[in-house]
Design a protein around this ligand. Structure first.
Ligand code: UD1
Ligand code: CA
Length: 461
């Protein structure tokens, strides 16, 4: 027997229709990246975690692209709430964005409204906002915080008893109001009927004749409703992103949070100031990250590794006890106890180790390098399948490209390739075979054979 679940009475609405004029960008603001993800992602993640009946995303500027990337994010991280898009035809302000969303919101009893440009918000605070709202039973509850420099934010005007009276936007605030340092985060919870009633009475305001959603607070109070606030003690999290300077501030804060989380879970970070780790990176206990290291995308690093200094690793899985120094590694796998660098370039689809060694000035692309094999110096290995215990001498090149197509090089276990060898692919080197230094190999080498493919030395008087 199945238990039909009651739909949640809560909707989540994310405002993401604005162009983000102050970004001076051809990319819609909410799609600019922080921590390796579009900033909208962080809000979607919170919305999904609240388990609302549905998530509405208001799109407008570059609506198709915002929609496409939203669905991609939802798929890639397995969001499980239904997502619905609301098209705001003209960006007439946040009040208008919510007004246009009423057909979507009307099915619900209450709604959480958040802005797509506040990627630092924490789930904890939004959850506390919902608890405060439910407990105090007002018509609207705001998430606020006191911040040292409130410039640009809506200010929270409170009465003599500390009750929230209204929110005043910077562009229309009096000098006295500008001195208030408690600001609006742009996240709210509303009772739907209050929202429906209130939105009708918001007029156009400010230099751009916008409908400020924040004006609804005063309207609700005028109709006898009550407004409450949940004030977060975390001044950082309410910071929004309207321009590139704020984007970089958000990046720094997210990175700091990420590094703190990693350090507290047992990762040593030598120099947080020069280390950058994207939001989805995972690192195991007792791994040490040295200065100047950038870990991006879906990188996953095991335990007891040494990463850096001055290393860039992207979308790569790294097993336990690996070492990567002064290197650039992308979309690859390093298996246990493998060492890379200094000064190596590991390109996509490489699968290296366990216990393999890639040394200085070596480039590997789309190749497997098996257990215990070594490519220690100055080599290019592309489209190769190298079995276990192979030694590749300094300066070996897999000549994989004939100008039209790529070809494969296969090297059997325990083979020994001397220095400065050209392997003209397609070519197979057998198990235990040896190739003399300086050879240019154009034909397959049988197992255990010695191939010498170079001109005999002539000493002339
Ligand atoms: C807004 C708040 C301000 C708050 C601040 C927090 C208003 C009027 N002001 O100001 O009180 O302190 O956020 O960061 O809401 N949007 C639409 N359609 C529109 C206009 C905006 O969807 O027509 C979206 C934007 O894409 C953005 C969000 O609403 O995600 C906020 O708009 P923005 O212009 O950034 O408002 P702020 O000036 O930052
Ligand atoms: Ca904003």
């Amino acid at each position: 027997m199945s238990h039909a679940k009651k739909p949640s009475p809560l909707a989540a609405l994310i405002l993401a229709a604005g162009q983000g004029t102050r970004m001076e960008s051809s990319i819609p603001k909410v799609l600019h990246h922080v921590g390796g993800r579009p900033m909208l992602y962080y809000i979607l993640r919170i919305a999904n975690a609240l388990k609302p009946g549905a998530i509405g995303v208001v799109v407008g500027h570059e609506a198709d692209e915002v929609r496409r990337q939203t669905m991609e994010m939802a798929r890639s991280v397995g969001f499980n709430r239904p997502i619905q898009f609301i098209v705001q035809k003209r960006q007439l302000g946040s009040g208008n964005a919510v007004l246009e969303s009423l057909p979507f919101l009307k099915k619900f009893k209450s709604a959480i409204v958040m802005c797509g440009d506040t990627p630092l918000l924490t789930y904890e605070s939004i959850y506390n906002l919902t608890l405060t709202h439910d407990q105090l039973k007002g018509q609207a509850t705001l998430l606020t915080a006191r911040i040292p420099n409130p410039k640009g934010y809506g200010r929270i005007v409170r009465g003599a008893l500390g009750e929230v009276q209204r929110v005043v936007e910077e562009s229309v605030a009096s000098p006295k109001e500008l001195g208030i340092n408690e600001v609006n985060s742009g996240a709210y919870m509303f009772e739907l009927d209050a929202l429906v009633q209130g939105l009708k009475d918001i007029g156009a305001k400010g230099p751009k004749k916008e409908h400020f959603l924040t004006d609804i607070m005063e309207v609700i109070r005028a109709k006898g409703g009550r407004i409450h606030a949940y004030a977060s003690s975390n001044a950082e999290e309410v910071q929004g992103v309207n321009n590139r300077a704020q984007l970089s501030a958000a990046e720094r804060i997210l990175n700091k949070r990420m590094l703190e989380r990693l350090m507290l879970s047992g990762v040593t970070i030598h120099d947080p100031a020069s280390t950058h780790v994207d939001a989805d990176v995972e690192i195991g206990q007792d791994t040490i990250v040295y200065p100047g290291t950038i870990l991006r995308g879906k990188t996953k690093i095991g335990r007891l590794c040494r990463i850096g200094p001055f290393t860039h690793i992207e979308d790569t899985q790294i097993g336990n006890e690996c070492e990567v120094r002064f290197s650039y590694v992308i979309q690859s796998r390093l298996l246990e106890k493998t060492s890379v660098g200094p000064f190596a370039h590991i390109r996509p689809d490489s699968n290296i180790g366990p216990r393999a060694r890639i040394g200085n000035f070596t480039e590997v692309k789309a190749s497997r390098i098996g257990f215990g094999s070594k490519v220690n110096h100055l080599s290019y290995i592309g489209d190769a399948d190298i079995a276990e215990d192979v030694n590749i001498g300094a300066g070996t090149i897999t000549c994989n490209y004939d100008g039209k197509e790529k070809h494969k090089t296969t090297i059997g276990a325990k083979a020994f390739i001397g220095s400065n060898v050209n392997l003209i692919a397609p070519v197979k080197i057998g198990r235990g075979a040896k190739v003399a230094a300086g050879s240019t190999v154009t034909e397959d080498v049988p197992d255990d054979a010695l191939a010498i493919a170079r001109a005999r030395q002539v000493n002339k008087p």
